[in-house]
Structure formats: C-alpha cells, structure tokens
Write a protein that binds this ligand. Structure first.
Ligand code: TXA
Ligand code: MG
Length: 345
C-alpha cells in the first residue's frame, strides 16, 4: 500500500482532500488525521471490520479499546445508553476539547471498539480539521493515537509516516499538534467520575467542575493495576533507554551522568529546561522551554523523544517535574517512557 500525505490549512480546509478522506473512511479503510492532542488513526467506528484494521496497522493488543470521535451531540446520543449529570457537566465545560468520557455503550457500538466491555470511550475534538473530517465522514470515527503500539504518540504527520508508512492509505497533515499529549480520560459509567488517564484537563481543574471526581488508584500508587486496559501496556517508549531526574539538583546530576555515559562511548541526548541547557554543549539537547510553562513541555515532549531516536542517541537523560497540575499528566507519560527509571534528588 502506498501512503500519501496531504497538507491541510486549518483556516482554509481543502474540501476535495477532506471529501477523499471521508470516502476512504466510508469505504471501510484507514485515515490518519490531526487532533489538538496527538494524531489519530481513524476508521469508521460503527464498522467492525474497518476497526479491526486499526489494531492490525498499529500492532495493538485486541483487549485495548478505542476512543470514538464525534462532531455533534446527536452522534453521542446514538452511541450511549444514558448520560449522567456529571458527564453532562464535563461535556458542557470541556467539549469540544481534550476530554474523553467513558459511558455505558449502546447496541450500535461494535465489540471491536470496546474490546468487549459494556462501556465506550467518546470524545469531541476541538481541532478544526478533525471536526470537519468527522462531519464529512458523517460517522463516529474510532481512533487511537497513530503510532506503532508502544511508541511515543505522534505529534506531526512525519511521525505517523515513520510508524505507519505502507499500512495506511492517507495521512492528513495539519501541522504540529497544539497540546502534544493525549486527552484526559474520565470514567463516568459509575456513581462517581474517576480519572483513568490525566491529560491537558488536570485533576485540579476537573475537581472545580465536579468536586467528587477522583484519580484511579493506579495514578496514586504505582503498585495498583490500572482500570483502563491501555494503561497497563508498555507505552511511549523511545528506542533509546531513558532516565528521568527530578528536583533542585536534577540538572547537575544529569550533567554528571551525561559525562559518565559519554566516557562509555554512548551517544547521549539531554532534555532539560532553557535555564540549564547551555551546560550541555557537548551533547544532543532539546529544550523543554521555561520551567514556568508546562504547556510548552507537554507540547514538545513526544516530539523530543522521537527527535532523539531520529538522531540515534543511545540514552536520553531528561529532567522531570512535580506530580501536580499538568505536571501529573506529563510525568504519567515520562514514567512510562523511561520504564520507571525515575530518580528524585
Ligand atoms: O487524545 C487522545 O485521546 C488521542 C486522540 C487521537 O484523540 N487518542 C488516544 O487514543 O490517545 P489511545 O487509544 O491511544 O488511548 C485511549 C485510552 C486507552 O488507554 C484505552 O485503554 C482507554 O482510552 N479506553 C478506551 N475505551 C475504554 C473503556 N471503555 N474503558 C476504559 N478505558 C478505555
Ligand atoms: Mg495511544
């Protein structure tokens, strides 16, 4: 299969390209597309055999359910059994945007999408290309992140091409994703809402909307098994080994380690903040920007991991942040990228 990339301008979307993309979806095939979080690998979410192609292209375990992406509320009513008051509040505050809600599914949702569960994950993205693409296809679009399973999520069309060249007929290129990490996943299928995956919408922010919202046990203690099937797998792993250092002494420790690894003839990549980056002239570096701007850090994190792999470093030494606000979502990804090689100083 030949993979073609088509560039789209968010403010002036080419209708013909969008029509072609929608046709591919309606014929039961795959299209990768941009969202405000990361790129998605889309298929018609109501077509079981189309959804199976997603699992095959990504090498995704079949027990890891997909998110259905919608462009209006009528689509939502068709996909779920009921919507409780907490879900309604979250929808009002956060949609369209980077929030995925888990609700009891209706009978139209294929078992492949939900991996056999009686719940379904749904989100209405805010990215203009994503929304218009779903509207044109006129169906809910099932889409996980458009990476090979286990790899960092793609934030640029070229990352999707790197992983899925020859496995998907079309990639819509909408430039670099604004947020850079995946949506917040909240389970609203039971009495009290539970955050299963932290994202751009933080625990602190969601608590202002629904005071009873809690974090899944696995996000509080590393010992607990996650409730979301996808959270138990290896995730976000660069090809290089990775170590993360956190605390006032982190940058100094990273410098010691970088020198030590270089002596062992390893090619070292360093991810740290702009105030420390000048100390690492002898190494491949990518800046996380200002310590005060965690949105930029989330925007650049997966791109940076992929760039480190592209230049072939053996080890990535990265500075982490405190587990609060957006820092919690960033550290949730970094811990997995580094296979829990996290050091607090
Ligand atoms: O920002 C995002 O959410 C991106 C873009 C493309 O929309 N998508 C994304 O999809 O991150 P994926 O498949 O990489 O992650 C979906 C997560 C997985 O951890 C999966 O296990 C969980 O949502 N999930 C899906 N359906 C679920 C369900 N019924 N119950 C619990 N967790 C579910
Ligand atoms: Mg993913």
């Amino acid at each position: 299969m030949i993979t073609k990339i088509f560039s789209l301008d968010k403010d002036n979307i080419d209708e013909e390209i969008l029509n072609n993309a929608a046709n591919i979806i309606n014929e039961g095939n795959l299209v990768a597309f941009p969202t405000e979080t990361v790129y998605g690998l889309g298929a018609d979410g109501l077509n079981d055999s189309a959804c199976r192609k997603i699992f095959k292209a990504k090498g995704r375990p079949s027990d890891n359910p997909l998110i259905l992406h919608i462009s209006n509320h009528d689509m939502l009513y068709n996909l779920v059994d009921s919507i409780n008051d907490d879900a309604k509040k979250l929808i009002k505050a956060c949609w369209p945007g980077p929030l995925t809600l888990i609700m009891k599914k209706s009978s139209v949702v294929p078992a492949t999408v939900t991996a056999g569960l009686d719940t379904v994950a749904i989100r209405m993205p805010s990215d203009k290309i994503a929304l218009n693409f779903i509207k044109k296809a006129n169906t809910a679009i099932a889409a996980p992140s458009a990476n090979t399973s286990g790899k960092p999520s793609p934030t640029r069309a070229k990352d999707v091409f790197h992983d899925l060249n020859g496995k998907v007929p079309m990639i819509l290129d909408g430039g670099s994703c604004k947020i850079g990490i995946e949506s917040t996943v909240v389970d609203c299928s039971e009495d009290h809402p539970v955050i299963l995956r932290p994202g751009y919408y933080t625990y602190e922010y969601l608590k202002e909307i629904i005071p009873s919202v809690t974090l899944d046990d696995s996000l509080v203690s590393d010992e607990k098994i996650p409730k979301s099937p996808g959270q138990k797998y290896t995730h976000y792993s660069p090809d290089a080994k990775m170590e993360v250092y956190i605390g006032d002494e982190a940058a100094r420790k990273i410098l010691d380690k970088a020198i030590e690894y270089k002596k062992q003839d390893l090619k070292v990549g360093v991810l740290t903040f702009e105030d420390a980056i000048a100390d690492f002239d002898d190494f491949k570096t990518i800046s996380f920007g200002s310590r005060e701007n965690l949105s930029y850090m989330s925007h650049v994190l997966f791109t940076a991991l992929r760039e480190m792999d592209n230049v072939g470093v053996d080890i990535i030494l990265a500075e982490g942040v405190s587990d609060i606000d957006l820092g919690k979502s960033i550290m949730n990804r970094m811990k997995k990228s580094a296979s829990n090689n996290i050091f607090y100083l």
